[in-house]
Design a binder for this molecule. Structure first.
Ligand code: 5GP
Ligand code: MG
Length: 494
C-alpha cells in the first residue's frame, strides 16, 4: 500500500447572510496560506445551489475578481491544500463536492485518517475505486469520508433539512486519526474536530454571522472576533436558527505540539496562548539548557526568528541577522533546472558576510526535518567567514513520521530517525548542536497543563498507526522521490 501523503491544510468557513461570503473565504484562505500552498478552493451556497471553484496554486493565483464574482451566496467554506511529496494534481484540490439525490454537500479536510482501509472495506469498495490513478492517498481519504456521509443520508430528505448533520453523527464516531472538517450543504455550515483535536479549529463571530478557521489569526484578518475553540469530539452546526453543538465523542485533547513549534502563524493563539511568545520562551529555555560563548545569536528566517530573540534575551548575547530570506519563495516556486542547482538554498536564503565574518555564531531554528536546508545553510555561513557555528534547535529531534496529517515524509527521510545528536552535528558540520528538551518545550508553550500529541518527537502514536506502513521503514523506498538539493519538498518554506 502506498502511504497517504498527509496534509496539514488550512480550512475556513463563513455563515453570513448579506455579506460577500466568497470574498471573506478568500481573505480567510489568504491568511491561512502558510498551511497549504498546493491548491486552494472555495464552495459557496446560496440556499439552493452549491458552487465550487478550486485549482492548483496559491490563493491569489487561483482567485481573482472574475472567479469570485459568480460565487454568490450566504455561506461558504474554503480549503488550502498542503503540498505533498506525492503527485499533485487537480483531483487533490478541495473542497470535495458530493451530490446526494437532489441535494449535495461540500467538505474541506485538514488532517489524515488512519483507518482508511477499514472504512473502505465497510463500504464494500476498494480504496482505489475512488481515485483509480492515485490509489490510497489523502484525496481518497477525504473523498472516502464524503462517500461515507452520502451513504448515511436519510433515504428521504428530512423536512427540517438536517440530513447532513444526521449522516455526520453516524459517520464521525467511525473515523480514526486527525481531522478538522468544514462542511456545507445548501443552508448549513458545519465544523468538526476529531476527538483528540490534533488540528486546531476555532469559532469566531462577525457582525452578520459566524466564522470557522484553522487558526485564530484568520479571524483577525476577516474582522471576526474569537469566540472559542471547536472542542475535540465536537460538531458545531450554524444555520438560520443560530448555532448548535453536538459531542459525538468525549474529548481527549492532544493538539499537535508542532503547531506551536513551526506550523501555526506566530500571531495565532493555541490553547489560549500566543504562539509568538511561546516560541520566544522556547528560545529562552534553549539558552538556559544549552548555553555557549558566542558573539551573535542569529535566526534561520523566518521560522527561527522568535526563538532566536528569546535565546538572545536569555543569554545576553546580541541578536543579529546573518541571512536574508527571499519573501516570495513558496511551494509554487519553479524548481531550478539542472544547471542552476548550484544556486540551491541561496535562492531562499543568502548570507550577509559583513555581519558574519570572524564571528562565533549561535544559529537558531525551530526544527530540523530532513537536514537538507540546514546543512547547506551551515556551509554558506562558514563560506561567509563564520568563526564558529553553534546550532540550536527549539524542539527535540524530529524522529517519527506523522500519520495524522503533518506532511514531513517517511522515517527514512528524517535526519534524526537513526542518528545520534553527535552524528547529526558531524553531518551538519557545526561546532556544537543542541535540541530543546521535550519537557522544556512543553513548559515554554505556556499551556503545559494541556495535553499534546508528540508522536513525531517520541514515537508515541496514541492512535494506532499501520505498523507495516512503508512510512515507518528506515530504508529508503525503492523509488525515491526526485529531490533537488535545497528544494526538498518538506523544506521549501523556511
Ligand atoms: P531541513 O534542514 O530539515 O531541510 O529544513 C529545516 C527547515 O524546515 C526549518 O527551518 C523548519 O522551519 C522547516 N520545517 C519544519 N517543518 C516543516 C514542514 O512541515 N514543512 C516545511 N515546508 N518546512 C518545515
Ligand atoms: Mg524554517
Amino acid at each position: 500500500m502506498s502511504e497517504p501523503p498527509g496534509h496539514a491544510c488550512g480550512v475556513f468557513g463563513v455563515y453570513a447572510p448579506g455579506q460577500s461570503v466568497a470574498h471573506l473565504a478568500y481573505l480567510g484562505l489568504f491568511a491561512l496560506q502558510h498551511r497549504g500552498q498546493e491548491s486552494a478552493g472555495i464552495a459557496v451556497s446560496d440556499g439552493e445551489t452549491i458552487t465550487v471553484v478550486k485549482d492548483m496554486g496559491l490563493v491569489t493565483q487561483v482567485f481573482d475578481e472574475r472567479r469570485l464574482a459568480p460565487l454568490q451566496g450566504h455561506l461558504a467554506i474554503g480549503h488550502n491544500r498542503y503540498s505533498t511529496t506525492g503527485s499533485s494534481s487537480w483531483r487533490n484540490a478541495q473542497p470535495v463536492y458530493r451530490s446526494v439525490g437532489d441535494a449535495g454537500f461540500a467538505l474541506g479536510h485538514n488532517g489524515n485518517l488512519t483507518n482508511v482501509l477499514e472504512l473502505s472495506d465497510a463500504l464494500g469498495m476498494l480504496p482505489g475505486m475512488l481515485e483509480p490513478e492515485l490509489g490510497l492517498d489523502s484525496t481518497t481519504d477525504s473523498a472516502l469520508v464524503a462517500e461515507l456521509i452520502a451513504h448515511e443520508y436519510p433515504p428521504e430528505p428530512r423536512s427540517d433539512g438536517r440530513d447532513l448533520e444526521l449522516a455526520l453523527e453516524r459517520v464521525l464516531p467511525r473515523l480514526r486519526g486527525g481531522f478538522s472538517f468544514v462542511l456545507l450543504d445548501d443552508a448549513r455550515l458545519i465544523g468538526v474536530r476529531d476527538e483528540h483535536g490534533f488540528w486546531p479549529l476555532v469559532l469566531g463571530r462577525i457582525e452578520a454571522g459566524w466564522v470557522l478557521a484553522s487558526e485564530s489569526a484568520a479571524l483577525d484578518i476577516v474582522g471576526a472576533h474569537y469566540v472559542r475553540d471547536v472542542e475535540p469530539g465536537e460538531m458545531v452546526v450554524i444555520d438560520a436558527s443560530g448555532i448548535r453543538s453536538h459531542h459525538y465523542a468525549p474529548p481527549t485533547p492532544k493538539l499537535c505540539l508542532f503547531e506551536f513549534v513551526y506550523f501555526s502563524r506566530p500571531d495565532t493563539n493555541l490553547y489560549g496562548k500566543s504562539v509568538h511568545l511561546a516560541r520566544q520562551r522556547m528560545g529562552e529555555e534553549l539558552a538556559r539548557q544549552a548555553p555557549v560563548a558566542a558573539d551573535m545569536v542569529m535566526p534561520i528566517p523566518e521560522s527561527g526568528i522568535p526563538a532566536a530573540q528569546g535565546f538572545a534575551r536569555a543569554s545576553g548575547i546580541p541578536y543579529g541577522d546573518g541571512l536574508v530570506k527571499n519573501r516570495y519563495v513558496g511551494r509554487t516556486f519553479i524548481e531550478p533546472t539542472h544547471q542552476l542547482r548550484g544556486a540551491g538554498v541561496r535562492l531562499k536564503l543568502n548570507p550577509l558576510p559583513e555581519n558574519i565574518r570572524g564571528k562565533r555564531l549561535i544559529v537558531v531554528d525551530d526544527s530540523i526535518v530532513r537536514g537538507t536546508t540546514t546543512r547547506q545553510v551551515v556551509a554558506m555561513l562558514r563560506e561567509a567567514g563564520a568563526a564558529e557555528v553553534h546550532f540550536r534547535v527549539s524542539s527535540p529531534p524530529y524522529r517519527w513520521p506523522c500519520f495524522y496529517g503533518m506532511d514531513t515524509g517517511r522515517r527514512s527521510e528524517l535526519l534524526a530517525a537513526d542518528l545520534s545528536v553527535g552524528e547529526i552535528r558531524d553531518y551538519l558540520g557545526v561546532d556544537s548542536l543542541a535540541y530543546l528538551d521535550l519537557d522544556r518545550l512543553v513548559a515554554a508553550t505556556g499551556a503545559d497543563g494541556e495535553a499534546f500529541c508528540t508522536a513525531c518527537l517520541t514515537g508515541d502514536y496514541l492512535v494506532p498507526v499501520p505498523e507495516a506502513d512503508t512510512k515507518l521503514a528506515l530504508e529508503s523506498p525503492p523509488e525515491p522521490i526526485a529531490e533537488l538539493d535545497g528544494f526538498a519538498p518538506t523544506s521549501a518554506e523556511t
